[in-house]
Design a protein around this ligand. Structure first.
Ligand SMILES: [Zn+2]
Length: 361
């Protein structure tokens, strides 16, 4: 038995048009578009089955499956029977990337049905975007009617985690002992895509000094997700349990290894903050798709405090654009050994879910 604390099962019609570059979402959404792209791929690189576009096709193919349950069933085949999964929903209506074909409430309702079908295996998280009107009612419905497990936030889409409009949600989470997972990696392609003018207006809501030295959209959006933004959240809600997903990202793991002078490294920041905040966790999803980082993870697992705050996660099926899911769990288990693997895949997830360290499963 294990917990994968970070997967997604949202469908292609939960994704706005500009989610992938080059209008690929729209092109690949049609059967004809799929065939054309397939042919171009063969033409471009007839000897490789593994280039970037090919991975995009794989990504969109999964999203095109007819239900979240189909996507989940595909994922769980890669793991031992009875593995448990935190399934993170996504509200992409307000990221300025075009219209989302299906309503967010429908995505959540379908996730709730999946929870009913697999009550012991699925732990749904509701993504909260403070810009959605009536968001708190939706959140309450998720927990009080649909058996959801936790809250998800994705600040890079254009909001700060300390946004006052999130206060009622954190308040509810703290009172009801619900865990929060926050996307916290910089520079990834999923961020606010609206006009620069609108982006600047969103950034003007900053309550701390932010970095405006670059005019690049992904750099600007990284201000929303910065790990130090959570200081303000913990000041108001000291008992919240928050997982900063992706452990600072592969970008900063690389920097840590190769550029020791690099200041403001998010990986280092999260590592330090974990020693300051007793309820702060991180996960290795996506970042650890790169096996180059395995030795560093193994070394981190020797730190008594840190090793208790790292959660296993893969970021299925986002990670399909980078690597293959199947080997991930097994290779990690071989790396960490049974004891280390149990810590990140069972003990820590249970502590994060319940707030009780070493709680019985
Ligand atoms: Zn994710």
């Amino acid at each position: 038995m294990l917990y994968n604390c970070h997967i997604h099962t949202f469908r292609g019609d939960d994704i706005p048009r500009e989610f992938l570059p080059l209008g690929l979402v729209r092109i690949l959404a049609s059967r004809a578009g799929f065939r054309v792209i397939g042919r171009i791929l063969n033409y471009l690189n007839p000897f490789s089955s593994d280039d970037l576009f090919d991975r995009y096709v794989r990504f969109v193919k999964i999203g095109r499956l007819e239900s979240q349950q189909k996507i989940f069933e595909l994922c769980r085949k890669f793991y031992p029977v009875n593995s448990k999964f935190f399934v993170l929903s996504m509200d992409m209506e307000y990221m300025g990337a075009g219209k989302v074909p299906r309503s967010y409430a429908d995505q959540l309702r379908e996730l709730a049905e999946m929870k009913t079908a697999y009550p012991d295996l699925i732990f749904p998280f509701v993504h909260v975007d403070p810009r959605r009107p009536g968001m708190m009612e939706l959140v309450k419905k998720c927990f009080e009617e649909w058996g959801f497990t936790g809250i998800k936030i994705y600040p890079s889409l254009g909001y700060f985690p300390y946004d006052d409009d999130l206060d009622p949600v954190y308040h509810y989470a703290q009172n009801n002992n619900l865990p929060v997972i926050a996307h916290a990696s910089p520079y990834n392609p999923v961020h606010y895509k609206g006009s620069k003018r609108k982006l600047k207006a969103l950034l003007a809501k900053a309550k701390t000094e932010i970095d405006l030295s670059s005019n690049k959209r992904k750099k600007l959006c990284s201000n929303f997700a910065h790990p130090d933004n959570y200081k303000l959240v913990f000041e108001k809600f000291p008992n919240l349990r928050i997982c900063l997903a992706h452990f600072g990202s592969d970008y900063f793991w690389q920097k840590f290894l190769d550029e020791p002078d690099c200041t403001g490294n998010w990986f280092t920041l999260i590592r330090e903050r974990i020693s300051e905040y007793p309820n702060l966790y991180t996960d290795i999803s996506f970042t650890l798709h790169n096996k180059e980082f395995f030795p560093l993870l193994k070394v981190l697992m020797a730190e008594p405090l840190l090793k208790k705050r790292i959660l296993l996660g893969s970021d299925y099926y986002m990670v399909e654009t980078k690597t293959n899911e199947r080997r991930f769990g097994i290779e990690l288990r071989a790396l960490l050994g049974e004891e280390g693997f149990k810590i990140i895949s069972v003990d820590n997830p249970v502590a994060f879910l319940t707030g009780t360290v070493n709680a019985p499963i």
